[in-house]
Design a protein around this ligand. Structure first.
Ligand code: SF4
Ligand code: F3S
Length: 109
């Protein structure tokens, strides 16, 4: 089992999750983070830390497509171990529906 980053992270990318993960299993893209499913120890501490409510356990049936996406991008994007500066307009994107199309393949700089 693992936790999964979902659509609500896109363009918000607050990174509070990174600060609390005991095993540093977050990976960073330009517009969102993902969790490496083979590295997550399922501790659950990141879920309540996310201001955008973007993190879910993989036992949630509605996140199965996001689980596959997290696994794919965790293999491509760089590991992130410290919270950076969130996007200046992060709050404008918080809770917005239909952000899936704004996800890019680009790794974080
Ligand atoms: Fe890290 Fe725990 Fe969240 Fe998994 S559940 S990503 S180990 S903080
Ligand atoms: Fe994204 Fe929430 Fe972490 S917005 S970067 S999952 S704190």
């Amino acid at each position: 089992m693992t936790y999964v980053v979902t659509e609500q992270c896109i363009r918000c990318k607050y990174m509070d999750c990174v600060s609390v993960c005991p095993v540093d299993c977050f990976y960073a893209g330009e517009t969102m983070l993902v969790i490496h499913p083979d590295e997550c120890i399922d501790c659950g501490v990141c879920e309540p830390e996310c201001p955008a409510d973007a993190i879910r356990p993989d036992t949630d049936p509605s996140v199965q497509d996001w689980l596959a996406l997290n696994a794919a991008y965790a293999a491509q994007w760089p590991n992130i171990t410290e919270k950076g500066e969130p996007p200046a307009d992060a709050d404008d994107w918080k809770g917005k529906p239909g952000k899936r199309d704004l996800l890019t393949d680009t790794p974080a700089a």
